[in-house]
Design a protein around this ligand. Structure first.
Ligand SMILES: [Zn+2]
Length: 193
């Protein structure tokens, strides 16, 4: 009896061992249809992922290397895009209202950011996407707003063409656009979709 039980156990674990690596090593699409795990077959990138990759490959779009009000590399705007380009979610800062949450980036916002350069030819530096601290109900925390601090090499509030950029954001479908003259927006433009 003991011997038989041992034998069955050994066979079962050997089968599990053989099945494990084989199942993950073979990327043929049919095999994953029933797994229900979307990370198993990342053959067609989602639209946010595609757009994030396009933005990262656009020379005229650059990124702040530090936050205002705290230090957290994982929630810097470029890292937000890198995460989404890898089919992950973007991380908020530990001191914001959402404290280190993972959120998706809206494809309308990503399309808007990309077209600010590729269609309207603005060179922009993004200061925040989902990172940093914003108002409690801010759409930054929903992945639907971008802050731009530099336009064509000039800082917003210091003779940068913020009006032109704000107009371009509206033309690209942004539903709320704020800048110099609006409360708390003397040094950056906020475009929200
Ligand atoms: Zn903003």
């Amino acid at each position: 009896m003991n011997r038989l039980a041992l034998c069955v156990a050994a066979t079962a674990s050997a089968t599990a061992l053989a099945a494990g690596p084989a199942a993950t090593a073979d990327p043929s699409p049919g095999k994953h249809a029933e797994s229900g795990r979307h990370h198993a077959a990342p053959k067609v990138a989602s639209e946010p992922t595609r757009l994030a990759r396009a933005i990262l490959n656009t020379k005229g779009i650059t990124y702040a290397k530090a936050h205002v009000g705290g230090t957290d590399k994982a929630s810097l705007p470029r890292q937000n895009l890198v995460d989404v380009s890898n089919e992950h979610r973007a991380k908020t800062s530990p001191w914001g209202h959402k404290k280190g949450a993972r959120v998706a980036l809206d494809k309308r916002m990503l399309n808007g950011i990309l077209k600010l350069n590729t269609k309207y030819h603005y060179k922009i530096e993004i200061s925040e996407l989902v990172g940093g601290r914003h108002s409690r109900t801010s759409k930054h925390y929903a992945g639907r707003a971008v802050d731009v601090a530099w336009i064509n090499g000039r800082h917003v509030g210091k003779r940068a063409d913020h009006r032109g950029l704000m107009k371009a954001c509206r033309s690209l479908g942004a539903t709320l656009v704020l800048g110099p003259g609006d409360k708390d927006h003397d040094t950056h433009v906020h475009c929200q979709w």
